[in-house]
Design a binder for this molecule. Structure first.
Ligand SMILES: [Zn+2]
Length: 409
C-alpha cells in the first residue's frame, strides 16, 4: 500500500529531474507543460526536490549568459520569474575515474557541467594500496565536504550491483580489491561503481536527451561499448556487455591483457595504434602527436585502415544482431584527423545490413563521463527505485536524515 505511492513519487521526481537535466533551467509552469502534469502536481514535486537539495531556485538569467543553461534552453518571453535547475551550489558527489593509465577526481554538484572537468589527475599505480594513498592525497585537494556519495567509473567486467570487478584485462589488481571498502577508507560515504562505458552511455543519453537507442563504443586505453535499448541502459543476464575489444581479429597475433591472442583491442586501443605506427614507420619513439600529424599529412595508412575495418566488423555484427542503427563513437579515434572516423563509419556501413536499405548513423561525440556518473548517483543514491540494502558507512541521506521510505506522495 505504501510502496505504490512512494514509487510513483519517485518516478515523477525522476521524470522531472531528467527533464531539468536536459533543459538546464525551467519554470514550474514549463516543467508541468513539458511533463504533461498539472501545475500543482509539478509544483509539489519541485518543492519536494527543493527541500531534498536536489533542485535550487534562481532568478531568471539575463539573456546571453550561458551559465547553467542546457543545450536546449531558449529565450523566454514574458515577465521574469523564479526558475528551477539542478542544484549547482553544493557538492553532492565525489566522482572518480579509475582509468587504466590515469585516475581522475572531481567534486560534483547535481547540476554538473555537461563537459567533463576533473580537478585532479594522477597516474594510476599498480596496486590497491598505492591507489588508496593517492585517493587520500586527492581528497585533500578537492572540495568533497557534504557529498552524498562516491561514484566510480571502472574499466573491465564489473558487477555493479555487488560492487566488484570480476575481470579487468588492463588493470588486474582491481579484481582482487574490494574497491568499495578501499574507497570508504577515504570517504565514509556510500560508493557506487559503474562500468566505464556504461557511465559514458548514460552521460550521452542524459546530455543529448531522449534520442533513438544507440550503441556507444569508446576507444582509449581499452575498447568497449554499452547499449541503450528501449531508452534504458541495457543489462544482460550476466554482468558483461559491450565487450567489443576482446573479439579476435583474424590474422592478428598480438597477445591481449585478457589472456587471449589477437583481440581487436590490441589493434585499435591507443597503445595498439601507437605500436602499429611505430613499427610501420620505423619510429620506435613516435608519440601520439606524431601519429596524428602523419595521418593529417598522408591519410590513413594500410595498417590503420585494416585495424579500423577489424573494429568495424565487430561493431557492424553487433548492430545486425541487436537491431540497432545508431552508433556513437567516443574517445581517441574522434581526436584523430577526420579521415579516421570516415573510414571507420564507412566500414561499419558496409557490414551493417540495415544500411543496405535504410539509414544508419555513426557519429563522433565527446565523452560525458561526469554527466554519466551524476546520472548513476541520481539513479542509485538520490532517487533509487529499488530498496536495496544501503551501503555501509552511515552516510547522511539526501535531505538530512529524511528516509526514502517517507518521500512525499
Ligand atoms: Zn582481449
Amino acid at each position: 500500500m505504501v510502496v505504490v505511492p512512494s514509487k510513483m513519487g519517485r518516478l515523477n521526481k525522476r521524470a522531472l529531474v531528467a527533464r531539468l537535466q536536459r533543459l538546464g533551467m525551467a519554470s514550474r509552469a514549463d516543467l508541468a507543460k513539458s511533463l504533461g502534469m498539472s501545475q500543482p502536481t509539478a509544483g509539489k514535486i519541485a518543492d519536494d526536490l527543493l527541500e531534498l537539495g536536489v533542485l535550487e531556485e534562481v532568478a531568471e538569467p539575463q539573456l546571453g549568459t550561458g551559465q547553467g543553461s542546457g543545450p536546449r534552453s531558449r529565450a523566454r518571453l514574458g515577465r521574469p520569474g523564479r526558475m528551477l535547475r539542478l542544484d549547482r551550489s553544493a557538492t553532492r558527489f565525489v566522482a572518480i575515474q579509475l582509468g587504466v593509465s590515469e585516475t581522475k577526481l572531481a567534486a560534483l554538484p547535481l547540476g554538473a557541467d555537461l563537459e567533463d572537468r576533473w580537478a585532479v589527475t594522477v597516474a594510476t599505480p599498480g596496486s590497491a594500496a598505492q591507489w588508496v594513498r593517492q585517493l587520500r592525497t586527492a581528497a585533500g585537494q578537492i572540495q568533497g565536504r557534504g557529498a552524498w556519495g562516491v561514484l566510480v567509473s571502472v574499466p573491465g567486467v564489473v558487477d555493479e550491483q555487488a560492487g566488484r570487478v570480476l575481470f579487468s584485462p588492463n588493470l588486474h589488481w582491481t579484481e582482487k580489491t574490494d574497491l568499495k571498502k578501499a574507497i570508504q577508507g577515504v570517504w565514509k560515504l556510500p560508493v557506487e561503481l559503474s562500468q566505464e562505458e556504461r557511465a559514458l552511455a548514460l552521460g550521452h543519453q542524459s546530455v543529448e536527451g531522449e534520442t533513438e537507442d544507440f550503441l556507444l563504443v569508446d576507444f582509449g586505453d581499452g575498447v568497449g561499448g554499452a547499449l541503450v535499448v528501449k531508452g534504458q541502459l541495457y543489462a544482460g543476464p550476466l554482468p558483461i556487455s559491450g565487450e567489443f575489444g576482446h573479439t579476435p581479429a583474424p590474422g592478428n597475433t598480438r597477445p591481449c591483457g585478457c589472456g587471449a591472442v589477437g583481440c581487436v583491442e590490441t589493434l585499435v586501443s591507443t597503445r595498439g595504434l601507437l605500436q602499429s605506427f611505430r613499427s610501420a614507420a620505423r619510429r620506435p619513439e613516435a608519440s601520439w602527436k606524431d601519429l596524428t600529424e602523419a595521418i593529417a599529412h598522408e591519410g590513413a595508412p594500410g595498417w590503420l585502415a585494416q585495424s579500423l575495418e577489424a573494429a568495424a566488423v565487430v561493431i557492424a555484427g553487433s548492430l545486425n544482431v541487436l537491431g540497432l542503427r545508431r552508433v556513437v563513437i567516443t574517445g581517441s579515434l574522434t581526436e584523430l584527423p577526420p579521415v579516421v572516423m570516415e573510414h571507420l563509419s564507412s566500414a561499419i556501413r558496409q557490414g551493417a545490413m540495415w544500411a543496405r536499405f535504410g539509414e544508419l548513423t555513426v557519429e563522433a561525440a565527446p565523452r560525458r563521463r561526469t554527466a554519466g556518473l551524476v546520472a548513476v548517483g541520481l539513479d542509485r543514491l538520490v532517487l533509487p527505485m529499488t530498496d536495496r540494502p544501503r551501503v555501509a558507512g552511515g552516510a547522511r541521506r539526501p535531505g538530512s536524515g529524511r528516509s526514502e521510505a517517507t518521500p512525499a506522495p
